[in-house]
Design a protein around this ligand. Sequence first.
Ligand code: ZN
Length: 61
Amino acid sequence: MENNNHQECIFCKKDDSQVPLVQLSYQKVNYWICPQHIPILIHEPGKLAGMLPDAENLHAG
Ligand SMILES: [Zn+2]
């Protein structure tokens, strides 16, 4: 598992020259996500499998 130090949305890979990015911390690693994809993190975190480690274990609701 490699750490993602790039400042780009974990979902759409846009960087902060294209979209505002919100930093989040998960398992002591910092990630970035754009506002457009924050709802996915909240409501459908399983869709982030492969983007965040163990995302398939994040259960919505
Ligand atoms: Zn995004």
